[in-house]
Design a protein. Structure first.
Length: 255
């Protein structure tokens, strides 16, 4: 279950199965994709993703895995329509998605958090690519995003050992942005949201699009795509307001 709260143009989406440490189910994934789409339709400026209770998410629901009966074709369709759809929705959302990791984020929880644009975690939170411990490979974008964030050699270590690691180590390896002391998580996320709210959301969306699309692209192809996106930025009201504000010596007012 995903609980939605809206404060102005900031949406908070909360995994709300604390009794199961917010383990992912198919319905959770579908609800998250739908909520991100609704936030986009509502012109949200930012979305915060967090968990209810003591965990962000314990990853996949093992009881559901044990009881599942499906063909390989059905399994492929389920993964595409749930876990993969979640990561794609986060990566393509036209606003920053901030992962507020309030507690353990393991398995799919690690990778969903990693897919977000910013990750701020309580220092007591633990992460882990624990899939190998139940005979699975990383999903939820793990094989795609993890090497980009922490490097191939570290990604192999984390995914092949399945070990848990703390928020401080996650920050040091580049998996998350910040590890903050217990009790300071809300303040740290609020400060980040204030910074993002002062920037033009449409420009942030173009920056996000360019960075994601150019990962792994040949140099010249990347420059060509960058030029196309910059042409779009030139045509925005945000660009005009930013230039005017700078020349007039005032702070820009980005809607």
């Amino acid at each position: 279950m995903v609980r939605t709260e809206v404060d102005g143009r900031t949406w908070t989406l909360t995994f709300d199965r604390p009794e199961a440490r917010n383990a992912f189910t198919e319905s959770t994934a579908r609800e998250l994709v739908a909520a991100l789409g609704e936030a986009a339709d509502d012109d949200a400026r930012a979305v915060v993703l967090t968990g209810e209770g003591k965990a962000f998410s314990a990853g996949g629901d093992l009881e559901a895995m044990r009881d599942r009966e499906e063909t390989p074709a059905e399994a492929y369709e389920r993964v595409q329509e749930t876990l993969n759809a979640v990561v794609e929705a986060i990566l393509t959302a036209p606003f920053p998605v901030v992962s507020k990791v309030n507690g353990d984020a393991v398995g799919a929880g690690t990778n969903v958090a990693a897919a977000c644009d910013f990750v701020v975690a309580d220092e007591g939170a633990r992460f882990g690519e624990v899939f190998v411990n139940v005979g699975l490979i990383p999903d939820s974008g793990g094989t795609v995003l993890l090497p980009q964030l922490v490097g191939l050699r570290r990604a192999k270590e984390l995914t092949m050992t399945g070990r848990l690691f703390n928020a401080k180590e996650a920050r040091e390896m580049g998996l998350i942005n910040e590890a903050v002391e217990s009790g300071e998580l809300d303040a740290a996320v609020s400060e980040l949201l204030e910074t993002l709210a002062s920037k033009p959301t449409e420009t942030l969306a173009l920056i996000k699009q360019g960075l994601h699309e150019n990962v792994g692209r040949p140099f010249r192809d990347g420059l060509e795509r960058e030029a196309h996106l910059q042409v779009q930025a030139y045509a925005t009201n945000s660009h005009a307001e930013g230039v005017d504000a700078f020349l007039e010596g005032r702070s820009p007012d980005f809607e």
